[in-house]
Design a protein around this ligand. Structure first.
Ligand SMILES: [Zn+2]
Ligand SMILES: [Zn+2]
Length: 435
């Protein structure tokens, strides 16, 4: 028996290797097309169709409209584990101000009927272009792996709803449930060419609250005949700041931001209600519970102190758990990433302060690695490090990943990870995850 196995038929994939260069022109063309034609959360019909067409052309079994606009593509390649690779499909209501020749000029109606600008300000276009190229490489190199590759195009990540919509629509019942899942996200926290691995906690629990404070409206010149909800709201906002500073143990991660306050229409009218929008971020479940309880307590007490005619309405309209990277899986996948990208290009990163609904997939019993893909122009990154002036973050109108090196690195990283996971049996793979 020759010792060389099928996996040696192909030279090791690297950012400059032939396997990548063969798919790269199409990857870049797709990136530009997606970038110029972004679609809002849960409205990604053209985007999903573009991905589905390409997967079909590559020989995948494709199912569309899973959980709204979601796409599932399967490539069955003999016995072995099932591994999921997921991308998001959606863009954001942000006006792109990058000045790039391919900047988005798209406007669309949002779910409230408002005319809004739309842009891929979170880099999901880059994730899609990488995933489609990875899909092509995997389809063209079936002798380098075995098992089932499951590609997921998930809608509505930005509104923290799409993963749950796909699960509720039976994504792990109608299709094989993956033994392991993988996803990546581009950001400006690392230079293009690098990837970041965060074992364990990767990002934060996120909770969105809408608080309506009730008062009694009237003439601005006769405050004594009213109960002013704006004053109650102002006191409430200040009191909420004492939760993280006075109630949560120093050193624990906790963020409470009041992102908007809406009340009133005119300077001489005291309105009858005020609305606050909050986001709460935490790493730990007990801190999360403590903060949500404190917000309710303070909000109700301030309303009572202000003589509000009724208790405030506190709506918890969105929430997602943090993404937890399986530590054993993170450890296992470091070596193949180092082998293809070079040791210095695989770094250990701190948990990030944003959130993600990928957690819903993990909670279905799919141990996962969610890794970071460097997106910063290496020169600008070095400058930012030297001056301390941060580069634009995801969701900024100025967010623009250094597409060429980031896309190359993303494709190589995904292929390396998938080839490592799609070996042996499902049982063997599951045994290498954290029990
Ligand atoms: Zn985002
Ligand atoms: Zn994102």
């Amino acid at each position: 028996m020759p010792l060389l196995t099928a996996s040696y038929t192909f030279a090791q994939i690297t950012p400059g290797s032939k396997e990548v260069e063969a798919v790269y022109p199409d990857a870049y063309a797709l990136y530009l097309d997606l970038h110029k034609n972004p679609e809002l959360s849960a409205h990604e019909t053209q985007t999903a169709a573009k991905l589905a067409d390409r997967f079909r052309g590559l020989g995948y079994e494709v199912t569309e409209h899973v959980g709204g606009t979601g796409v599932v593509a399967l490539l069955r390649n003999g016995e072995g584990p099932t591994v999921m690779l997921r991308t998001e499909l959606d863009a954001l209501p942000v006006e792109e101000k990058t000045g790039l020749p391919y900047a988005s000029k798209v406007r669309a109606k949002d779910d409230f009927g408002r005319d809004v600008p739309v842009a891929h300000a979170c880099g999901h276009d880059l994730h899609m272009a990488a995933l489609v190229s990875t899909a092509a490489i995997m389809a063209h190199s079936r002798n380098t792996w075995h098992g089932t590759l499951m590609l997921i195009g998930q809608p509505a990540e930005e509104t923290i709803g799409g993963a749950k919509m796909m699960i509720d629509d039976g994504v792990f019942k109608r299709f094989p449930k993956p033994d392991v899942g993988v996803a990546m996200h581009v950001d400006n926290l690392l230079p293009a060419g690098q990837v970041g691995i965060t074992p364990g906690i990767y990002n934060t629990n996120a909770d969105s609250l809408r608080i309506t404070i009730y008062g009694k409206g009237g003439h601005g010149a006769a405050p004594h005949t009213t109960i002013d909800p704006i004053v109650i709201a102002a006191r409430t906002i200040m009191a909420l700041q004492t939760i993280t500073s006075r109630e949560v143990k120093p050193g624990e991660m906790a963020v409470i931001t009041v992102g908007y306050i809406q009340a009133g229409t005119k300077n001489n009218i005291i309105p009858d209600h005020a609305e606050l929008g909050l986001t709460v971020r935490t790493f730990k479940d007990d801190i999360r519970k403590q903060i949500l309880a404190a917000i309710a307590r303070i909000t109700k007490a301030e309303a009572e102190a202000g003589g509000a005619p009724r208790e405030p309405l506190i709506e918890h309209y969105e929430g997602t758990d943090l993404v937890y990277n399986d530590p054993a899986l993170a450890q296992r996948l470091r070596a193949p990433l180092e082998a293809v990208l070079g040791r210095k290009n695989v770094v250990t990163t701190e948990p990030i302060l944003s959130s993600e609904d990928y957690a819903y997939f993990i909670e279905q019993g799919v141990p996962s690695l969610y890794f970071s893909l460097g997106g910063a122009d290496p020169e600008k990154y070095a400058q930012a490090m030297a001056t301390g002036v941060m580069l634009p973050s995801n969701h900024s109108p100025l967010f623009a990943p250094d597409a060429d090196p980031a896309l190359h690195t993303g494709i190589v990283a995904e292929v390396a990870v998938l080839r490592n996971l799609l070996q042996g049996t499902a049982e063997e793979l599951r045994k290498t995850t954290t029990p």
